[in-house]
Ligand binder design. Structure first.
Ligand code: GLU
Length: 419
């Protein structure tokens, strides 16, 4: 299903439950601005290749648009629009002063050398010009984009505006005023949510079994942090090429080794390990399932086979609306992406605050603020779900989070006189 149709469907559902003003609903159903760019890049082989790039500013009623840039061979405008909408709800639920945006380029980074990657990153920023900026729209990393790519983009932007404006992009390397805490803040935020949800469900994280889909920034840190913070046992993990299951728990050094030598964590060798597919990973009998890769993974056709107690959406859009309903009926607690993975953008917000004020904090302050924020978002969501239940209306956690987020954006638009 088209991800943007999914995002609209979720909004429509929330609008109906919360009785959202029709004019506000109409504004929020579509992005404010959509840019599609053809970007010619002179490649290192001397030939010019033209790439298609997108940047969507979904809503900026509460502040400059904020959201990552994805480099993906199957990138599409519809996906970027959906992700920009979800960024709007994510920033609003976290109650940070940003709207939502997202960008993407159709490209395969696995087939590009470093120099071409840099040329493309800089060309994308030249195409955007002042459509980004610390008070306009602030990009960050996402699928297949890295702190190094952010540094090139930031540098190119500064060449355009002829000013030192480090707050134009977040998720930068620390050498150019990125935050040390931002590197793992998506997964760390998710871990704080896991701690709170486990408390609610009376699961002891130390005794819990975990399966993680994805071995990128979110997935790999989810692995290391669940051990570091809780001593939890990750029994299954996968990447785009395949996965591995080991009832004794997996080892990070061996996973890195397998990835390096065979190109996939599926090449892992443990005493009792067995190769599994991405589909099988989702169906493992574990306490906690963490989809941390891409959208549309748990769908109507496989949701029935999911056997966890708690599902934490570290990725954006991994569970479709039909699957959300199936999981809810099965009494699996499925916590939505824009709550669970909001640690990433909250970390970005902290980086931006430090960039624009010039006042730099230590990591412990960064983490303690992150913890407080994420815990509050979780509590707000659960409290609203309870409030509806006390009025006899059963809503899932995603709808509760939507209602909080949409209400804040609608109120800002109202105050600004947009409707
Ligand atoms: N790409 C991340 C997300 O989807 C982070 C966005 C940001 O930090 O702006 O939440």
């Amino acid at each position: 299903m088209d991800p943007f149709k999914i995002a609209q469907k979720q909004l429509d559902e929330a609008a109906e439950i919360m009785k959202l003003d029709k004019q506000a609903h109409a504004i929020l159903r579509e992005p404010k601005r959509t840019l599609v760019m053809n970007i010619p890049v002179r490649m290192s082989n001397g030939r010019t290749q033209t790439f298609t790039g997108f940047r969507v500013r979904y809503n900026d009623a509460r502040g400059p648009a904020k959201g990552g840039i994805r480099f993906h061979p199957q990138e599409s405008l519809e996906t970027v629009k959906a992700l920009a909408a979800w960024m709007t709800w994510k920033c609003s639920l976290a109650d940070i002063p940003f709207g939502g945006g997202k960008g993407g380029i159709i490209c395969d980074t696995k087939k590009m050398n470093e120099r071409d990657l840099e040329s493309l990153s800089r060309a994308y920023v030249r195409a955007l010009g002042t459509d980004i900026g610390p008070e306009v729209d602030i990009p960050a990393p996402d699928v297949y984009t890295t702190p190094q790519i952010m540094a090139w983009m930031m540098d190119e932007y500064m060449n355009i505006v002829r000013k030192s404006q480090f707050g134009v992009i977040t998720g930068k390397p620390v050498e150019v005023w990125g935050s040390e805490g931002r590197m793992d803040s998506t997964a760390r935020g998710g871990m704080y949510i896991m701690r709170e949800a486990a408390k609610m469900l009376k699961i002891t994280p130390k005794k819990a079994t975990i399966a993680i889909q994805g071995f990128g920034n979110a997935g790999r840190y989810a692995f290391t942090l669940s051990k570091e913070l809780f001593g939890a046992k990750v029994v299954a993990i996968s990447d785009s090429e395949g996965g591995v299951y080991d009832p004794d728990g997996l080892d990070i050094e061996k996973l890195d080794d397998a990835k390096k030598k065979t190109g996939s964590v599926g090449g892992y060798k443990g005493r009792r390990s067995q190769k599994i597919s991405n589909e099988e990973l989702l169906e493992q009998k574990v306490d906690i399932l963490i989809p941390a890769a891409i959208e549309n993974q748990v769908r109507a056709d496989n949701a029935d086979k999911v056997k966890c107690k708690l599902l934490l959406e570290f990725a954006n859009g991994p569970v479709t609306p039909e699957a959300t309903n199936i999981l809810f009926e099965k009494k699996i607690v499925d916590l939505p992406d824009f709550l669970v993975n909001s640690g990433g953008v909250v970390g970005s917000y902290y980086e931006w605050v430090q960039n624009v004020t010039g006042d730099y904090w230590d990591t412990s302050l960064f983490y303690s603020k992150l913890d407080k924020k994420l815990t509050k978002s979780f509590n707000d969501t659960m409290a609203l779900q309870k409030e509806y239940a006390s009025k006899g209306q059963k809503i899932n956690p995603r709808m509760a989070a939507y209602i909080i987020a949409v209400d804040r954006v609608a109120k800002a638009m109202k105050a600004r006189g947009w409707y």
